[in-house]
Design a protein. Sequence first.
Length: 171
Amino acid sequence: MWSTVFQKIGLQSNQYKTMEMTDFLLKFDSKEQAVEFATNNGYMAVDTDEEGNEISVPLLQGDKYVYTVIGEHIYPTNETETMRDEGGNEWEQPIMEGDGNHWILFRTWDDNLDTSIAEDYIVWNSKETTRVRRRDENGQFIGDDPNTENDEAWVDEPVPRPENAPRREFM
């Protein structure tokens, strides 16, 4: 799939294999808020249908981005309800609940993309890191070597995706 996307925007296969991509998980309060954001920032176009009605058309890919609409995050509540079909067969059906938000997974290969327009909605990005103390195989802290310029006692580790966020990923 990615080779098709990159070929459409004029990249050769050897170029996109070396590109570093960044994923952003965006959370909006509603679908309407997400559509307004996308329209105001060039990720959605307004068109008219055959009857002349105004419709929104998502621009799911561009020269330096691609995104997928996740929508509302639905998850199990750890409760079930008994279901019965016409033949009298019963089973336990998990009860699902929505989080009431509208989620978007956005990917870019442009390190210069201005993400400040989305900072109120970004809940995670794949390049985000946090500094943590290094530990050895026994879990003990590793100290800094005072004879080097580097601080070996600390390391940058990727920030994991939030537990309560959708698990959708690009293929």
